[in-house]
Design a binder for this molecule. Structure first.
Ligand SMILES: O=C1O[C@H](COP(=O)(O)O)[C@@H](O)[C@H](O)[C@H]1O
Length: 251
């Protein structure tokens, strides 16, 4: 089912997880370069997840010799696990380690707060909302959980119908239970939303999200960009799409 004024999702099919990671890195470098060429400081929202972490490795490797001015890129996070800074469970830890050698400007990197900063979960979420202000992302990267969760918005959970811009998530069905997440309001204000999804365990959720499931049942179904929504999939994740949809993205 398509919604009025929301561009139809574009499916980009790749052989495997490595190919998705490589494609994401190449596409992001090209988009950042293009935005900087137009005089803009690109606003990029990052996701956690296994495939994203692979993609950041590629980005770090290829980013060094690219035309991107890394000091003029603004980085945000779509969700975070509310565990201490540096904890392996945090979404920002591997990204920061991988990308720091690129010469990012510290004041343009916006990790979500950690409990060791002293704030409780609600204050931490409110603090990120103020830091974010009215920022609209040029590109918002998203993973998709096997249950259809996106960022830390979980199916049939209070987070899936949260209001406001940033939500404090408790009792997440996937550990750790305490998290911070952007809401669909913020995600859907992005110019472009790019999903990166790999693996057979994501095939059902991918098929539901791309065939008009409701955002409370499948939060990933409710996420889209204002001008573009890309789904970078590997064959395994695309395995349960109806042939006409899967065929559209084959190259
Ligand atoms: O918990 C999370 O999971 C999703 C999906 O992660 P994956 O490892 O199954 O790809 C991720 O998008 C989200 O940022 C993260 O907090």
């Amino acid at each position: 089912m398509t919604q009025p004024d929301v561009p139809a999702p574009e499916i980009l099919l790749h052989a495997d997880a490595d190919a998705v990671a490589e494609a994401l890195a190449a596409r992001l470098l090209a988009r950042i370069t293009e935005l900087q060429g137009g005089g803009r400081v690109p606003q990029v929202c990052l996701t956690g997840g296994r495939i994203a972490t692979r993609a950041y490795g590629r980005l770090a490797a290829e980013g060094r010799s690219s035309a991107v001015d890394w000091g003029r890129v603004e980085l945000w996070w779509g969700d975070e696990r509310f565990v201490p800074a540096g904890d392996d469970d945090r979404n920002d830890a591997p990204v920061l380690e991988l990308l720091r050698p690129l010469g990012l400007a510290a004041e343009r990197v916006h990790p979500m707060p950690a409990p060791d900063g002293g704030a409780g979960l609600d204050d931490a979420a409110a603090g990120y909302a103020s830091e974010l202000g009215g920022t609209r992302f040029d590109v918002c990267l998203l993973g998709l959980g096997p249950d259809g969760h996106v960022a830390s918005l979980f199916p049939e959970h209070p987070s899936s119908h949260a209001e406001g811009r940033v939500v404090a998530v408790r009792n997440a069905p996937k550990p750790p239970p305490d998290r911070i997440s952007l809401t669909l309001e913020v995600i859907n204000a992005s110019a472009e939303v790019w999903f990166l999804v790999s693996g057979e365990d994501k095939a059902d959720a991918t098929a539901l999200a791309l065939q008009g499931a409701g955002p409370v049942q499948v939060p990933g179904a409710g996420a889209h960009g204002r001008s573009r929504t890309l789904w970078l999939l590997d064959h395994a994740a695309a395995g349960r799409l109806p042939p006409d949809l899967a065929q559209r993205g084959r190259f």
